[in-house]
Design a protein around this ligand. Structure first.
Ligand code: SAM
Length: 358
């Protein structure tokens, strides 16, 4: 099992002499931050490129960049200062620098927004169901007395979902003081051959969603990639080094890896929060008796001490969440109209030792 270290800010940093076209590519490709930080020979920030600078035909990042840009020193109250800057509506991403003008972080308009997010606001978020997964897990952790948790995405591909999960993890950690570790499981090889009706060969093909692990890792800030076949890596993941798991997004399409993921849930209570918030991406009407839905049904049929609920697809968002009294004041359990909300579920461990603690 290989776990990669993250390297976040470096992805957005380019030298003045680097190609403008590469900068344009980075800005359009990343789904959280749309900025390139242009530095000189000493690594000092001299300009930024945002979508506003993506015009004309400059050759280098240095020629294209805006040299009159806003920035915040890392020791300053970044949220308060950024809120004012964003209110003036000029930029969507602001660089955070150290005393020598070296870029150390980036703050986006959305980060400032979500810090103040309350009931019902998630519709404005990118993949609101990912915000809810992480928000609900952090809230559950706080209620039950945990100081750190893990959240996981199974099936990472280009990393669009994992980057968002990581982003919400960082923001909810800042908001509530519960540390959130993020893991993404994938082989990088794309879908394995879908053998047998359970894996729905009518819907999936071998090799779909293949990606370059190293490239994706470079776009991550803290998430760790657990690389390999999920049917294997899920077996050795639960150790005392891993904070208890509070949220899981399953996006592996087929039956076999979903079964492996659900088998992992049978591990000891100490590895999980009493409620684990879950999202299944591939619960579809035509796959009700195959793939992820079938794996959930098989799991529930075998287990008496824990269940994934609701079992079916296409229930109303309200119906998708437990009505546990411990959670009634949870602002992260709320409804909105997105289809994905209907694919959210909860694993309830009936006899979990912390179930009665507040
Ligand atoms: C639909 S893609 C994931 C998309 C991603 N969640 C997103 O939001 O962009 C499915 C991913 O599951 C991975 N996958 C499927 N079966 C797997 C297995 N047995 N082991 C490891 N990865 C697997 C594939 O490599 C692929 O990257």
């Amino acid at each position: 099992m290989e776990i990669y270290p993250p390297d976040f800010v470096a992805y957005f940093v380019m030298h003045e002499n680097d190609s403008y076209y590469e900068a344009a590519y980075k800005i359009s490709r990343h789904n959280q931050f749309h900025i390139v930080l242009v530095v000189d020979d000493y690594g000092k920030l001299v300009g930024i490129i945002t979508k506003n600078e993506l015009r004309g035909y400059p050759k280098t990042a240095g020629e294209a960049c805006n040299r009159k840009f806003p920035f915040i020193y890392k020791q300053q109250d970044r949220y308060a200062i950024a809120a004012k800057m964003f209110a003036e509506d000029i930029f969507d991403d602001i660089p955070i620098v150290d005393d020598d003008m070296h870029p150390v972080d980036i703050l986006s308009r959305f980060q400032v927004f979500i810090r103040h997010a309350t009931f019902g606001n998630y519709v404005a978020c990118d993949r609101p169901h990912y915000a809810k997964l992480v928000g609900a897990a952090v809230w559950e952790a706080k209620n039950k007395g945990y100081d750190s948790i893990s959240v996981i995405e199974f099936g990472v591909a280009g990393g669009a979902g994992l980057r968002l999960m990581e982003f919400y993890a960082i923001e909810f950690e800042r908001l509530y003081g519960v540390k959130v570790d993020v893991y993404g499981f994938d082989s990088g090889e794309g879908l394995f051959e879908p053998i047998g009706y359970r894996n729905a060969p009518q819907s999936w093909s071998t090799g779909w969603f293949q990606f370059d692990i190293d490239k994706v890792q470079r776009t991550l800030r803290r998430a760790k990639l657990v690389v390999g076949d999920i049917c294997q890596t899920s077996k050795s993941f639960l150790t005392d080094d891993i904070a208890p798991i509070g949220a899981i997004a399953v996006d592996v399409d087929t039956y076999d890896p979903t079964v492996a993921i659900l088998d992992m849930l049978l591990g000891a209570d100490k590895y999980f929060l009493p409620l684990v918030y879950m999202y299944f991406d591939d619960i579809m009407a035509d796959l009700e008796f195959q793939c992820e839905t079938l794996a959930i049904k098989d799991f529930n049929a075998k287990q008496n001490l824990m269940k994934i609920s609701p079992e079916g697809w296409n229930l109303s968002p309200h119906g998708c969440w437990t009505s546990s009294s411990a959670l009634t004041d949870n602002p992260y359990i709320c409804s909105d109209d997105s289809e994905e909300m209907k694919l959210m579920k909860t694993l309830v461990r009936f006899n979990h030792s912390r179930i009665s603690l507040k």
